[in-house]
Design a binder for this molecule. Structure first.
Ligand code: PMP
Length: 304
């Protein structure tokens, strides 16, 4: 199904991906007690001896914070240095996605985070487009995004993805590509694995951190880029009906990049989406290191 990168990181060392295996009794498999990251890398289009990772520092920081929520002390500097070695060992020659994660690796029962062995591991896959760049159709999910009072939403915690999975499957099985989840206040929160933006009268709106969203790194990049392009961005709650009458809607995520939305339920969106396209072009140029102003966001790794 996927082309996995040949080398993985597992139990404090590099191993062949095929040999990095866990037991069926693994604690995290039963309790969802893991947390993960996801970042993209590409061979530098201007220099084949270099790999470019987008916002490596922010991804490592978020995974370190997610680990902290699960009572695991994993400094961002440690994650960063292992990812760099991981890339050097794999020498990928196509666009790829790195999945660094932590999980309760103990063999034993009883849900808990104390007195339980944990592990930090990494694998990678080759990854082109995750969603169609032409645009996607979205169903408004019957499943609600969790609330921070019952789930640590500031982390990218494995167990949260049961809701994403239910929402995505519900959407796909009823003929849509993606799901948009409302939060417990009935406001727009995010998609199954992406943040969401709407455009109205030339301004961009996106739900803020008080709307039970994941702290998306692509989202953060878009806020900065839009501001630099002189496009006003406002973080505030968004109603369902406002979503349905927006001029443009797009989703953002590491895997999805910037994905335009064509249709929500039976409400069609215009194929004219100047702001989405402007942001998408800029983000692509930045990830390919063609925008000197944003070179700090692009981490080069020499694989020569
Ligand atoms: N929300 C959820 C639930 C996600 O899984 C993701 C993907 N990590 C995002 C938003 C977007 O985050 P990012 O831009 O950091 O990939």
């Amino acid at each position: 199904m996927y082309n996995f990168l040949p080398v993985a990181y597992f139990k404090n060392q590099f191993a062949q991906f095929v040999d990095a295996q866990v037991s069926i009794a693994t604690h995290a498999l039963h309790y969802g007690t893991g947390a993960f990251g996801g970042l993209r890398g590409i061979p530098n289009p201007q220099d084949a001896t270099q790999i470019l990772l987008f916002r490596l520092d922010r991804h490592c920081q978020r995974l370190s914070q997610s680990a902290k929520l699960l009572h695991y002390d994993l400094p961002a500097t440690k994650i960063e240095s292992v990812i760099i070695d991981f890339v050097k060992k794999n020498q990928p020659n196509k666009s790829f996605y790195i999945r660094p994660f932590i999980y309760t690796s103990d063999l034993g029962i009883s849900p808990r985070l104390h007195n339980v062995e944990k592990d930090f591991a990494i694998y990678g896959i080759e990854l082109g487009d995750y969603l169609s760049p032409e645009g996607v159709s979205c169903r408004i999910s019957s499943w609600q995004r969790q609330a921070d009072a019952s789930f640590p939403l500031r982390g990218k915690i494995s167990g949260a993805y049961i809701t994403s999975s239910l929402a995505k499957t519900e959407a796909v099985e009823s003929g849509f590509d993606e799901a948009i989840l409302m939060n417990s206040q009935g406001k727009v929160s995010e998609a199954s694995g992406m943040n969401i933006f709407i455009v109205r009268n030339g301004k961009i709106f996106t739900p803020g951190f008080d709307q039970d969203i994941l702290e998306g790194i692509t989202r953060d990049s878009i806020l900065i880029i839009a501001n630099d392009l002189g496009i006003e961005v406002v973080e505030r709650p968004i109603d369902k009906s406002e979503l349905l009458i927006a001029d443009e809607v797009f989703l953002s995520g590491t895997a999805a990049k910037i994905s335009p939305v064509n249709r929500i339920e039976n409400y069609k969106l215009s194929q004219q989406r100047p702001i989405t396209e402007k942001l998408r072009e800029k983000l692509t140029a930045i990830t390919e290191n063609r925008e000197p102003k944003y070179k700090d966001w692009v981490f080069p790794i020499s694989i020569a």
